[in-house]
Design a binder for this molecule. Structure first.
Ligand SMILES: Cc1ncc(COP(=O)(O)O)c(C=O)c1O
Length: 493
């Protein structure tokens, strides 16, 4: 040990690699390396470091980077300066023993609540980036030039209220523009005070579940239905009651038979997920009548209805609602960009006001960065023009998939009429269902280079149908036939 109490060793950092592609700034990489060495005991208290000039030469970076890293570690108490300008490791309290790194125990999520453990244990197969993904739009024609101009303009000289004190219900001009947009694109007449801006529609659903439900409350869900919606419901402790869907949509009478006092029903009436059927008027009236009678809530997830492929527009359930029992959810994820994470909720002004009070106690409001630009994007009609263009693109892609299926497996797959959206469901005819399950077919699609989701995973109970959910949002029309031919060849083998 040296006279000054140090160990006398001067530690170099040779061997540390600075990753210049990383998002982590270089000084933080240097600091993280030293911090880890100290915490692991490889640099005990008193270890002297080489001078900043020598270290920066070793690392091939500027001296300022090393000095900034030192400053950070001084502030955190890992380093201290010694007389005559040296730097050494300070005596710090290290976590004792060799406790495993958090990631070593994290894999099974054992520290989550029982509710979350069971949620994570649910069998769910999907593949990010598959050409057949059901909910992914094509972004290649998105007007990024306009969008980036609006982002720049709205942030050049922003209003104070865009930066601080934003309302939990969202940026007021965006609420106004969204109300106007819904009138044009969905024929849904609503006022700005009936609109709240949310963290896409899944964020809206999650908050509604948390605010409306107590653990054990019964909730009707469509069978088959949208799996992600069930996760939010389960996370809120709901008891899920599967209600079958037939060619008229949700079988309301069956829902009433199974759980007459359910607190909530979550439905996709315009374009049922995953089967694509639109709920018939008599079923809509039955559903609203039940909700009014029981004082129950109906969440209408109106995903992707903007992309209707024929001229007919299926009116929303919300437009029939006279008593404020329907909470309508929509999203800009598909009509614009999924990463935007902005959506909206339309409900009675009383509900919206209470929702805003609830939201201010949980996550305050939806991120405000893009809201002013989005309001302008809507106000100037850019979104309507873009949707009009994309409707044609998606209609052509849907037709290409239908033609391919008709050519490849005309007797084995049947597609129910699908008037809107970015996917269709091909149902197995009995011959095919006898030969192969949809889960096996789905596994084979992965081998063919494009994962296709099996219908049976959209069921809570025993599936009464087998099929494949074929998304075409990001599937160019000319790729539909060759890609599906590769899949169907493996289904036959
Ligand atoms: C049935 C359904 N609802 C809602 C959504 C939209 O989710 P979000 O708005 O959270 O992106 C999707 C997306 O795939 C969906 O398939």
């Amino acid at each position: 040990m040296a006279k000054d109490g140090s160990t006398g060793r001067r530690m170099s950092m040779a061997g540390m690699h600075l990753d210049r592609q990383s998002d982590m700034p270089l000084y933080q990489q240097v600091a993280a390396h030293l911090r880890n060495q100290i915490l692991d005991g490889r640099m005990p208290a008193g270890t002297r470091l080489l001078g900043s000039r020598k270290l920066s030469a070793e690392l091939g970076c500027s001296r300022a980077i090393v000095l900034t890293a030192f400053d950070l570690l001084y502030a955190e108490g890992y380093l201290q300066s010694v007389p005559r300008g040296g730097v050494e490791v300070a005596a710090i309290a290290r976590p004792s023993g060799s406790s495993p790194a958090p990631t070593e125990t994290a894999a099974d999520g054992a520290w989550f609540s029982e509710r979350w453990q069971s949620l994570l244990a649910t069998d769910y197969e999907f593949e990010l980036g598959s050409p057949f993904s059901t909910g992914t739009p094509d972004i290649s024609e998105f007007p990024f030039d306009v969008w980036s101009r609006l982002l720049r303009q709205t942030w050049q000289n922003p209003l104070r209220s865009a930066c601080i004190d934003m309302s939990p219900l969202g940026w007021q001009p965006l609420r106004e523009a969204t109300a106007e947009f819904l009138g044009s694109v969905r024929g849904l007449l609503c006022r700005p005070e009936e609109v709240a801006i949310t963290q896409a529609s899944s964020g809206a659903l999650d908050l509604c579940c948390r605010m409306l439900l107590d653990p054990g409350d019964e909730v009707w869900v469509e069978e088959p239905g949208f799996i992600e919606a069930r996760w939010s419901l389960k996370a809120a402790g709901a008891k899920l009651v599967p209600v079958p869907v037939d060619d008229k949509g949700l079988c309301v009478a069956e829902g009433i038979r199974r759980a007459p006092n359910a607190k909530l029903a979550v439905v996709t009436p315009s374009h049922q997920f995953p089967l694509g059927v639109a709920m018939k008027l008599e079923r809509r009236q039955e559903l609203l009548e039940w909700a009014n009678r029981r004082g129950s809530w109906v969440i209408e997830d109106d995903y992707n209805s903007e992309f209707r492929h024929r001229d007919s527009m299926t009116a929303s359930l919300k437009s029939l609602d006279r008593t404020g029992r329907v909470i309508y959810l929509g999203t800009f994820s598909k009509v614009m960009l999924p990463s935007l994470r902005i959506g909206y909720l339309v409900a009675s002004p009383r509900f919206i006001e209470a929702f805003g009070r609830g939201r201010s106690r949980i996550d305050v409001h939806t991120a405000g960065t893009a809201q002013p630009a989005l309001a302008e994007f809507l106000r100037h009609g850019h979104l309507l023009r873009y949707i009009r263009r994309m409707r044609k693109v998606y209609a052509e892609r849907q037709q290409a998939v239908l033609d391919a299926l008709q050519a490849l497996m005309p007797d084995e797959l049947v597609v129910p009429p699908t008037p809107a959206g970015l996917h269709l469901t091909a149902l197995f005819q009995p011959d095919l269902a006898e030969r192969i399950t949809d889960r096996e077919a789905s596994r084979r699609s992965r081998q063919a280079g494009g994962f296709i989701q099996p219908l049976s995973q959209c069921y809570l109970g025993e599936p009464d149908r087998q099929g494949l959910l074929i998304g075409y949002g990001r599937l160019p029309a000319d790729e539909a036939h060759p890609r599906l031919a590769a899949v169907t060849a493996l289904l036959r083998s």
